[in-house]
Design a protein around this ligand. Structure first.
Ligand SMILES: Nc1nc2c(ncn2[C@@H]2O[C@H](COP(=O)(O)OP(=O)(O)O)[C@@H](O)[C@H]2O)c(=O)[nH]1
Ligand SMILES: [Mg+2]
Ligand SMILES: [Zn+2]
Length: 338
């Protein structure tokens, strides 16, 4: 929080009101929860927020200043500068962005080692995470269900030199110790991945305590699998914060060309070596990309993946332009989260 804004607020607010800072643990359309001193306080936005762009509104993980109210809703005054910011286009393909989480250090891209595994989806997540300024960590879960774990670890690792890959089995308790290095006090970890991939089970296994509800437990208590449909930040006893998005099914992509370029920085480097600056890596002479593919230095699959993610990103951008300002709200709509 900047000293200047704090002073301003203290001057303009009544003397008894206490300006405090906390962290957003839940963000709805008009209501929020602030994690403050181990408690969750209900909160609303200060009126002037409604004149701002959707991007400026608080999301889960944001540090905010607020006016404390012990009788009801506290009032959120300002959002502190973000260290990282994860976003994606909304599900209706209008190109409007949804802002998912802020101030994430590591993003666990969780995918299970069964038919759910999808190389392209992982690459898409990696690009989104890099674009948002967090570190992508691919976690391949349910290793006990897979006969050739190493192959998948190798393949996922080839998506980018920026990505780390770990295979784990919560059931057999293998690979869990490798995740401990991320779970240090003050660290924020965002879990991403489809429902049922074992995110909650994994965190419970690493922590050694039932800190998150798993689908098995939810079924047992009769509340059904999809009762928890919104994103939430929880602080574990050891000071690690976990942001969970239960029920995330698919991840679209827009405005993340920088993340794609970061993921495929080796291909970008090759493109700079082509003889022609506008080389389409097609029939042009002196093409470094084609030469790398021919020599085997670059796999054609990976090059196609780079192209297809770029195309997808461009299409979303075009859609956004046509959508214009017709729908201004880019807030996370929980109803859209299945
Ligand atoms: N075989 C196997 N099943 C697992 C493992 N981890 C989780 N599961 C199962 O996968 C299902 C979904 O787990 P859950 O943690 O709720 O998934 P989430 O929706 O991603 O949080 C549950 O039935 C778990 O028992 C594992 O390591 N191996
Ligand atoms: Mg879960
Ligand atoms: Zn070329």
């Amino acid at each position: 929080m900047s000293q200047i804004s704090r002073n301003k607020l203290e001057v303009s607010e009544p003397p008894r009101s206490a300006v405090r800072s906390g962290r957003i643990s839940e963000a709805g359309k008009n209501s929020f929860k602030i994690l403050y001193g181990g408690q969750e306080l209900p909160a609303k936005l200060k009126g002037s927020f409604y004149e701002k762009d959707a991007e400026a509104l608080p999301v889960v993980g944001d540090y905010v200043t607020f006016l404390y109210n012990d009788q009801g809703d506290s009032t959120i005054l300002s959002v502190c500068e973000r260290k990282s910011f994860l976003k994606r286009p909304d599900q209706s393909k209008t190109g409007v962005m949804q802002y998912m989480a802020a101030n994430v250090d590591y993003c666990f891209i969780v995918t299970s080692l069964n038919e759910e595994y999808n190389y392209k989806r992982i690459a898409r997540y990696v690009s989104i995470v890099l674009s948002g300024g967090a570190v992508p960590v691919v976690i391949l879960t349910k290793a006990d269900l897979c006969g050739d774990v190493d192959r998948f670890v190798r393949e996922a690792g080839q998506i980018s030199d920026k990505v780390r890959v770990h295979a784990v089995s919560a059931m057999h308790r293998t690979g869990l110790e490798n995740l401990k290095e991320y779970m240090t006090p003050g660290t924020t970890i965002c879990l991403m991945g489809s429902s049922g991939t074992g995110k909650s089970t994994l965190i419970n296994a690493v922590i050694g305590e039932e800190v998150m509800k798993t689908s098995a437990i939810r079924e047992a208590d009769g509340r059904g699998r999809h009762t928890t449909t919104h994103r939430k930040l929880i602080e574990l006893p050891d000071g690690v914060c976990i942001i969970d998005t239960p029920g995330m099914r698919e991840m679209g992509m827009a405005e993340v060309q920088n993340g794609i370029d970061d993921t495929f920085s080796d291909i970008i480097a090759l493109e700079h070596l082509c003889r022609f600056r506008n080389c389409r890596h097609d029939t042009e002479p002196g093409c470094a990309v084609k030469a790398a593919i021919q020599s085997g230095a670059l796999s054609i699959e990976r090059y196609r993946l780079y192209q297809s993610l770029g195309d997808e990103n461009t299409r979303s951008f075009a859609a956004k332009k046509t959508a214009g300002r017709a729908k201004k709200s880019g807030r996370d709509d929980h109803e859209l989260f299945y």
